[in-house]
Design a protein around this ligand. Structure first.
Ligand SMILES: *[C@@H]1O[C@H](CO)[C@@H](O)[C@H](O)[C@H]1NC(C)=O
Ligand SMILES: *[C@@H]1O[C@H](CO)[C@@H](O)[C@H](O)[C@H]1NC(C)=O
Ligand SMILES: *[C@@H]1O[C@H](CO)[C@@H](O)[C@H](O)[C@H]1NC(C)=O
Ligand SMILES: *[C@@H]1O[C@H](CO)[C@@H](O)[C@H](O)[C@H]1NC(C)=O
Ligand SMILES: *[C@@H]1O[C@H](CO)[C@@H](O)[C@H](O)[C@H]1NC(C)=O
Ligand SMILES: *[C@@H]1O[C@H](CO)[C@@H](O)[C@H](O)[C@H]1NC(C)=O
Ligand SMILES: *[C@@H]1O[C@H](CO)[C@@H](O)[C@H](O)[C@H]1NC(C)=O
Ligand SMILES: *[C@@H]1O[C@H](CO)[C@@H](O)[C@H](O)[C@H]1NC(C)=O
Ligand SMILES: *[C@@H]1O[C@H](CO)[C@@H](O)[C@H](O)[C@H]1NC(C)=O
Length: 627
């Protein structure tokens, strides 16, 4: 009895289904888009990922396609096609034009798709309902079609990570509803049009990694009109990313008019000058990166009270560490490396209690390290190398809690309701300058005192710093023995004590340094047997032990007096030497020819959840290929 009923019900359902079918013109457009996607080589076996579902009659059910089901015609309104054309496939940029017939589109995301060639010049004006347009991370070239700037309802425009050339036309300012504009990682030239200042709704402006030149327009952002000062409201904030261009001149004072400015990245340009905008005490500015420019004068401190991260490295700042530093109640990262900062490290350094990463590398600081440093309980990365600091290493350094237990979190990114890919923090590690992402730096502890004039002995207290992954005290005048408890630094992966005056033997406890992969004890006065059990059996580089006063062991092929002569055979040497250790903690990004310290471009990895909660994204922006 129930059986025929079910059949009736099912056929009704299928009838209903047909009436729900999408517009045939829309379906044709989508199929044309799909048909332009081809495999790069002859092998046709692999599937089309999202396009798999594009074979039924109702295109509203296709993956990535959203229709307005409230309207009788069920028009397609939204296309979330990010990453549907994988790297092994290709599509001409004209595929974009096949979508111009879908005039009802409000949302179009075709990012990450290996679309190749110029953006179609004609046709965008058909998509007047568009509010969201993302063509980023493709292989698009040529200039930006002016027709895009006619899409006056557009709130989100992302053309980043392509190969676009030409200037940014002032017509961009016609997009008066724009909240998000990113054209980073392209080859745009000329000046940044001052008309951008008319985009009063703008919350994110990223023009990083282009070839823009000239000065910043005085009225880069005329946002005086905005008065909403609620930090909890993401829509009130502003992010300005102009790093890695060729911009010159000073920072316009008018920038302080952007009350809600939260992130300012002008790094790696040719800005200069010794005057800085005076941000008032109630500014929300939290992240400032002015590194790798030509600024000079005293270290500026006029960035307000909220600052979390201040990077001024790679400039020509002179004078002492500014006294105002200890008024920064929230500062977590302070990077002043590669400048000409003079004077002593002040005792009040111990008052900057929120600091977790302090980089003063390559300056001209002198005198002793104040004992008050131990007050910095969150400090877990301290780089003082390349200064002229002297005296003995304070025993209080052994009480830096952040280096004992590295569960403290570097929380600058907690500020943002969206994920932002802050640039790497870089320092020497395992013999090379390497970068470390913000998230990872939170689990990292590094103490670098190298290339100074430190004397005296190594305080036994440093053996307490069990969280250390890297310890570098090379190029000083440190004497006495290596503390026996260094073997308890169980997380240590890199240890450099070279170029000092250390004597005695290498503590046998080194055999329990299970994470050790880089060791340098050369140029000291060490004697006796090199421990050869545990990880020490793979520390086979002769250069790590050279120029000492009588070391012996298999590592340097010198037999110890006390040894049984058969123990150190050539066979053993080869076998142990081949044992290659891996960095299993994480993968470093080696920064080739990169600036030191906080790098320039802070890439906005993804802002959904900030302005637009829904679009699914297959890859994080930061994973895209860099040129
Ligand atoms: C559509 O493609 C999917 C996956 O390739 C397949 O499972 C399904 O049977 C196809 N449907 C039609 C109606 O061809
Ligand atoms: C854009 O790239 C295509 C190849 O993908 C090339 O044929 C064309 O000349 C390029 N156009 C410009 C303006 O560079
Ligand atoms: C956030 O600010 C916008 C104006 O930019 C306002 O319309 C909205 O109501 C605010 N939301 C909250 C939760 O305060
Ligand atoms: C940057 O500007 C300088 C002059 O200030 C110029 O010599 C140089 O060629 C420019 N570089 C680029 C990539 O435009
Ligand atoms: C230590 O830090 C506290 C805040 O945590 C601060 O009040 C105090 O002045 C600091 N002491 C020194 C000696 O810097
Ligand atoms: C380093 O400091 C010492 C005094 O502690 C001084 O004699 C020397 O000239 C300084 N070196 C440099 C390069 O500034
Ligand atoms: C220790 O620091 C020196 C000088 O700053 C550097 O040359 C060396 O590579 C560092 N050692 C390691 C193992 O990173
Ligand atoms: C090691 O150096 C210290 C200080 O220079 C000295 O007092 C001690 O006698 C030396 N020990 C050995 C074994 O040479
Ligand atoms: C370091 O040792 C090598 C070989 O043992 C020797 O040739 C060199 O002169 C030594 N260098 C110094 C600065 O002692």
């Amino acid at each position: 009895m129930a059986y025929p009923l079910l059949i009736v019900f099912l056929s009704l359902l299928s009838l209903l289904h047909h009436s729900l079918s999408c517009l045939s013109t829309h379906k044709q457009s989508l199929l044309q888009f799909k048909s332009l996607v081809t495999r790069k080589n002859d092998d046709n076996s692999a599937p089309f990922f999202a396009f798999d579902s594009w074979n039924t009659s109702n295109c509203c059910n296709w993956e990535g396609v959203t229709c307005n089901r409230e309207l009788p015609t069920k028009p397609v309104t939204k296309l979330s096609l990010s990453g549907v054309v994988p790297l092994t496939y290709t599509a001409p940029s004209s595929a974009i034009a096949s979508l111009f017939a879908i005039k009802t589109l409000t949302f179009l995301d075709i990012s990450q798709n290996s679309l190749e060639g110029e953006i179609p010049w004609k046709g965008f004006e058909n998509l007047m309902n568009l509010r969201y347009l993302d063509l980023s991370s493709n292989l698009l070239n040529g200039t930006i079609p002016l027709t895009i700037f006619k899409l006056r309802h557009l709130r989100h425009l992302n053309l980043g990570a392509n190969s676009l050339t030409g200037v940014l036309a002032s017509a961009v300012a016609d997009l008066s509803s724009l909240e998000f504009l990113s054209i980073d990682e392209n080859f745009l030239t000329g000046q940044i049009p001052s008309e951008i200042g008319n985009l009063i709704e703008l919350k994110v402006l990223s023009l990083s990694q282009n070839q823009f030149s000239g000065e910043l327009p005085q009225h880069i952002l005329r946002l005086e009109r905005l008065q909403i000062l609620d930090l909890g409201n993401a829509s009130t904030i502003m992010i300005l990313l102009l790093s890695r261009n060729n911009l010159t001149g000073s920072i316009p004072a008018s920038i302080t008019n952007i009350y809600r400015l939260l992130v300012l990245d002008l790094s790696e340009n040719q800005f200069s000058g010794d005057s800085f905008p005076q941000f008032g005490p109630d500014t929300y500015l939290a992240y400032v990166d002015l590194s790798e420019n030509g600024f000079y004068g005293e270290v500026p401190m006029s960035f307000g009270r909220q600052i979390r991260s201040l990077a001024l490295s790679g400039n020509k700042f002179t004078g002492p560490l500014p006294g105002k530093l200890n008024t920064m109640q929230f500062i977590e990262n302070l990077d002043l490396h590669d400048n000409y900062i003079t004077g002593e490290m002040p005792f009040w350094i111990g008052q900057i209690s929120t600091i977790s990463v302090l980089n003063l590398r390559n300056n001209k600081l002198e005198g002793p390290v104040p004992h008050t440093i131990s007050n910095l309980s969150k400090l877990h990365v301290l780089d003082l190398s390349g200064n002229n600091l002297s005296g003995s290493i304070p025993i209080q350094m052994g009480h830096l809690e952040g280096m004992v237990d590295t569960i403290t979190y570097f929380s600058i990114s907690d500020l943002f309701t969206f994920s932002i890919d802050l640039s790497d923090i870089t320092f020497y590690w395992k013999g090379a300058l390497r970068g470390l992402g913000y998230q990872r730096v939170s689990t990292y502890a590094n103490l670098d005192l190298s290339r100074n004039g430190f004397s005296g002995i190594i305080p036994i207290e440093l053996g307490n710093l069990k969280g250390l992954k890297s310890l570098n005290m090379s190029y000083n005048m440190i004497q006495g023995r290596i503390p026996a408890n260094f073997g308890h630094l169980g997380k240590l992966e890199s240890l450099d004590l070279s170029h000092n005056r250390l004597n005695g033997s290498i503590p046998p406890s080194f055999e329990s340094l299970n994470e050790l992969t880089t060791l340098d004890l050369s140029y000291n006065r060490l004697m006796g047997r090199i421990p050869d059990k545990g990880k020490m059996s793979s520390m086979m580089d002769i250069a790590s032990y050279t120029n000492n006063s009588g070391l012996c062991g298999i590592q340097i092929r010198v037999r110890c007096e006390s040894d049984n002569p058969t123990k150190v055979s050539d066979g053993d040497l080869v076998a142990e030497g081949e044992e290659k250790s891996e960095d299993h903690w994480f993968k470093w990004i080696v920064v080739f020819g990169f600036f030191l310290g906080f790098s320039g471009a802070m890439t906005v990895s993804y802002f959904s959840g900030f302005l637009y909660p829904d679009p699914p994204r297959r890859y994080l922006r930061s994973h895209r290929q860099r040129r």
